[in-house]
Ligand binder design. Sequence first.
Ligand code: SAM
Ligand code: SF4
Ligand code: F3S
Length: 438
Amino acid sequence: MNKKVYIETYGCQMNMSDTEIVSSLLIDNGFDIIDKAASADVILLNTCSVRDNAERKIFEKLTHLKQYKKKNSKLVVGILGCMAERLQDKLTNEHDIVNIAIGPDEYRKIPELIQNAFYGQKGIAVELGTIETYDDIIPLRTEGNCAWLSIMRGCNNFCSFCVVPATRGRERSRPMSSILKEVEQLQKDGFKEVTLLGQNVNSYRCPETKSRFPELLSNVAKTAPKIRFRFTSSHPKDISDRLIEVIAENPNVCNHIHLAMQSGSNRILKLMKRRYTFEHYLSRIEFIKKLIPDCSLTTDIIAGFPSETIEDHQDTLRAMETVEYDGAYMFKYSARENTTAYDMEDDVPDEEKTRRLNEIIDLQHKISRKLNKNEINRIHEVLVEGPSKKNKEEWFGRTDTNKVVVFPAPEGIKQGDKFKIKISRYTSATLFGEIVEE
Ligand code: SAM
Ligand code: SF4
Ligand code: F3S
């Protein structure tokens, strides 16, 4: 009988996409993927190291998994992803429960390491490569009608706070030809939305044709006109006019751009090694708003970076008011080993970081509410994702601007349907409306 593998995924969309690649690899090697940990022969945690609390969650999970190991001493527990890369053999040496640790460029070794683990062998594989893109593996996609598609791996930017270049290695791109082939197949398979993934998609460079990201985006949009396309992330230092034009020109490229600002203070941006000023950032936002007036904008913000003063923090609040983001991911700075900021004194006390973060969150809620109020009476095409958790009679979906819309469900509704919905109510996080005929 095939051995059963349960995989739990943490962290960013890259990890979600990698779990699909790992699942596909395992199935090809005679394993079954299941969705319940209790009956698994193998439990894999695909982990994130971006902030300390992400890693703490995994250590808590490992403590929790001890009860499974008590019931089944042959259970194999594996750590995949960024934490495996960062902590390497510390995971297998210091945590009895961990049998294997495998970094993001070594997933092809998983079947072999699992087999060895069944015979009691601990295993680690954490070499970072410069060419691995898993280009030949068709990911096992189970998430409805929306697919992730990694177009590149790694990152060369070395922002001073960020552990990703250390955990995911150097940047490399997949050939455009293979991405287009996959997109064509996704359209044939009935997928309705595809998100192109990379840590900095602006650095995409086809290894065969040397094409850059705007050309790739334009080509995928034309190859699969029935699919709507998103991408993440763009780096503000090199998001080009051409990319913004491609979004404006192609109706099936979503009107949503995620552009991580991190801070509104030029002094902090310099220390973060982001390589742009707020003025440059704002010029990009202004160009986006000029070409695509309805484009929604989201960002990432870090509160309490080393040496951040109240004035720096106020620059961030002012920047948020100037740009008016539809949404934001907001974090307290977390010092990470193997980053250049780790050598700086983490001198903003935790309570002060929390206070600044709360101010940022409150302001963002205020701005989101204000922008969502403008949505009243607008009609959006909504791609249906599933039933609403709060009310069985209602379902939810997303606009092309990436806003969640909840609406009364007609009979026979299913995931992947599209409806025109007129917005009638809002909160800072959600829009509510009714289906309309146009
Ligand atoms: N490559 C993406 C970009 O530059 O837009 C970012 C990817 S990173 C995994 C996601 C976000 O996590 C970053 O934009 C940053 O705001 C946040 N982040 C990264 N390192 C952090 C740290 N040490 N402390 C707090 N937040 C951090
Ligand atoms: Fe991290 Fe900067 Fe690379 Fe984004 S661009 S993954 S923040 S180093
Ligand atoms: Fe993603 Fe976390 Fe790694 S954000 S790239 S899984 S450190």
